[in-house]
Ligand binder design. Structure first.
Ligand SMILES: *[C@@H]1O[C@H](CO)[C@@H](O)[C@H](O)[C@H]1NC(C)=O
Ligand SMILES: *[C@@H]1O[C@H](CO)[C@@H](O)[C@H](O)[C@H]1NC(C)=O
Length: 311
């Protein structure tokens, strides 16, 4: 009898333990669909403690699930082209967090970087999330909420490869090679108040989108493109877990992810802006806005593949 009682108590305790963990944290599954290795980084907002694991390596094709406290707010991004020098200092060509180590430990992403921004359990118990190109762009990223109980729970992100077609004056080139690894924001590239929404342009009424921010916005209609971009770029969902895919397949998005409550009016991908990387590498662009290539994408096979991948 006693043994039974002890067993039952242990079971109840175990249940409580798992249940409370479920309530206190959200699971974030990070997936690397890029062709090369990436190094995700995390920076907590001013009000929240840094996560115990603020940076790690994620090989191509791999995924990693982490648990994030329900009251967390902060940014998630991915560093690319990282290496360790002779002195043992770790650094990355894009989105480096300046810590000299794989862990970011409180360091933020050096622009340009595509940023996933989260405020979990905010107003009305909703999670707020967006993908921001305000600090530039370094790789495609997609956020998909899973199992949310309230809110629109739409997918958001920037699925187009903007590096190849990046305007020449915003391009970040690879050190000793051809091709670009990131695309700067006009604010970072030119430092002028009208691009940075600073000085005389520090209000939503005075800071208008620029030809540069429109380049980002047209390609990725759901992403933030400049400081006062419209509110449609922020998405909400309650009690969700999140899938964050780096370099998702752009042509899978529309049908698979568009059918949620949020963002129905805005496509995830603007197909007229989809760019063929292979065509670009043989072409040298001079100045001004490069003309994106047009690409037709709608095969049954790719949608079938998409359903398989996102489930
Ligand atoms: C967030 O939750 C953790 C664990 O439940 C707690 O230690 C921390 O104080 C909370 N932070 C805020 C800002 O509420
Ligand atoms: C798609 O791109 C074109 C060409 O840049 C642009 O005119 C159009 O407004 C974009 N569509 C959306 C929904 O952003």
């Amino acid at each position: 009898m006693d043994r039974l009682l002890v067993s039952v108590s242990i079971l109840i305790l175990l249940n409580l333990f798992f249940f409370s963990e479920e309530v206190d944290s959200a699971s974030f599954k990070l997936v690397n669909r890029c062709r090369s290795t990436i190094w995700p980084g995390f920076l907590s907002g001013a009000q929240t403690a840094q996560l115990p694991n603020s940076g790690f390596v994620l090989y191509s094709g791999k995924s990693k699930t982490i648990h994030i406290p329900k009251n967390w707010s902060g940014r998630i991004w991915a560093r690319t082209h990282c290496s360790i020098d002779a002195q043992g200092k770790f650094s990355c060509l894009t989105a480096d967090c300046g810590s000299g180590k794989i862990e970011c430990a409180g360091g933020g992403a050096k622009p340009p970087a595509t940023l996933a921004e989260f405020t979990l359990n905010g107003a009305d118990g909703l999670d707020f999330y967006d993908v921001s190109l305000v600090d530039g762009y370094n790789l495609p990223m997609l956020i998909v909420p899973k199992g949310g109980t309230r809110g629109g729970c739409g997918a958001t992100g920037c699925l187009v490869d903007l590096n190849g077609a990046c305007p020449a004056e915003l391009k970040v080139a690879r050190e000793h090679g051809r091709g670009s690894v990131a695309c700067r924001s006009a604010c970072e590239a030119f430092g002028q108040p009208q691009f940075c929404c600073s000085g005389a342009y520090a209000t939503p009424d005075t800071c208008a989108p620029s030809v540069y921010s429109l380049y980002f916005k047209h390609a990725c209609p759901r992403s933030y493109s400049y400081a006062y971009d419209d509110k449609t770029s922020t998405y909400t969902c309650a009690s969700a877990d999140y899938l964050i895919i780096f370099c998702p397949l752009p042509y899978t998005s529309q049908k698979v992810l568009g059918a949620r409550k949020d963002g129905i009016g805005l496509p995830l991908v603007n197909k007229t802006m989809m760019y063929l990387r292979s065509q670009h590498s043989s072409r040298s662009s001079s100045s001004g806005l490069a003309q994106p290539q047009f690409i037709a994408v709608s095969s049954l096979a790719s949608f079938l593949l998409a359903y398989k991948l996102y489930d």
